[in-house]
Design a protein around this ligand. Sequence first.
Ligand SMILES: Nc1nc2c(ncn2[C@@H]2O[C@H](COP(=O)(O)OP(=O)(O)O)[C@@H](O)[C@H]2O)c(=O)[nH]1
Ligand SMILES: [Mg+2]
Length: 384
Amino acid sequence: MFRDFFWPRDCSYIYRNNTRNLSLTAKKNISALTEVNGVDQPEAVSSSAARNLVSKRQRSVSAQDLINGIFDGNITALSRAITLVESTNPEHQQKASEVISACLPKANNSVRIGITGVPGVGKSTFIEAFGKYLTGIGKKVAVLAVDPSSSLSHGSILGDKTRMEELVKDKNAFIRPSASGETLGGVARKTRETITLCEAFGFDTIIIETVGVGQSETAVHGMTDFFLLLQIAGAGDELQGIKRGIMEMADAIVINKADGDNIKKAKLAKTEFGRALHYFPQKSSGWMPTALTCSAITKDGIPEIWEIVSAYLTLTKENGYFEKRRSEQNLEWMHEAINEQLKLNFYNDGKVASTIDNTRKNVMEHRLSPFSAAQELLKLFLGK
Ligand SMILES: Nc1nc2c(ncn2[C@@H]2O[C@H](COP(=O)(O)OP(=O)(O)O)[C@@H](O)[C@H]2O)c(=O)[nH]1
Ligand SMILES: [Mg+2]
């Protein structure tokens, strides 16, 4: 089991605080390990040993050490690198980008599967069953999530850990709670970089869950090879209430909870979805999306889902779509990174920050058109 799962979302603070305490004590030339106030120092701890420890710890987070650690299969190094990716500290970001650059050449050998569906449909339970099946056939599985709301809900995956009891204990699986962030763009960037790190580490199957709200499906679709929509059989009119765009993105629709009394309804739903899928325009991958049923509880239908993913991989690797799409995704990644950075620079600009509240007020009170307001702020930012 990888410890990462049980750690607080940002475990780096533990590390930082420890290091800071040690540095202080070392500087004051008191013996080390005074992290707990009120606990007497053991006489035997020498200050030189403390200094030694501090320097070791500091060295252990150099970009090169993290890179070596990731390539050596050290899960702590992977977790720390992900924490750097998630950090907003510019120094951390610099280090993260060094690690990512080194990881990129090793990071393409995988299948990335996106999973979406409304809350309650069984995504977490499904990922547990599917993930266990995959590690059972020798795969190394990393589970990540894109959840732009997670700063409020403290991470959907973390909240769901009881649904992934077996996978959490599996030495060939790694589950990382979603990155927090205010913008979907920011969260998506962090997730993409985390994918790179996980792949360089040696995970060959990356599962990315989306909470199924807002635009997170589009973001996850944009970073995966295969997109799976989970559904449950409803009251008969299955297609009601499903966003057309999501159906269009799906490479497979899986009707979950096909167990007990529900089997018959699930089969009917599968037929209805299968028929509906035929009305969508042909995909540029050449793949014909399919509808299936499964039960994440009884595990019925789980192997068949992997068969479908495998068939998709065979087809798209043969016809060149797989590589082409990944290249396109890389370009998209670059553009998104530019957009994100420009936005960040704009909103963090001193002149913009000191004016924007007033400009917002003028726009809200109809004294200034939104377009002119944007132009004014951009002029300030660009210095023109
Ligand atoms: N009967 C049945 N219940 C399921 C199945 N999959 C999930 N559930 C139940 O559905 C509820 C929601 O599941 P969860 O995995 O948390 O859904 P999520 O919100 O999409 O992640 C839980 O009570 C699960 O036990 C299934 O295949 N069959
Ligand atoms: Mg869940």
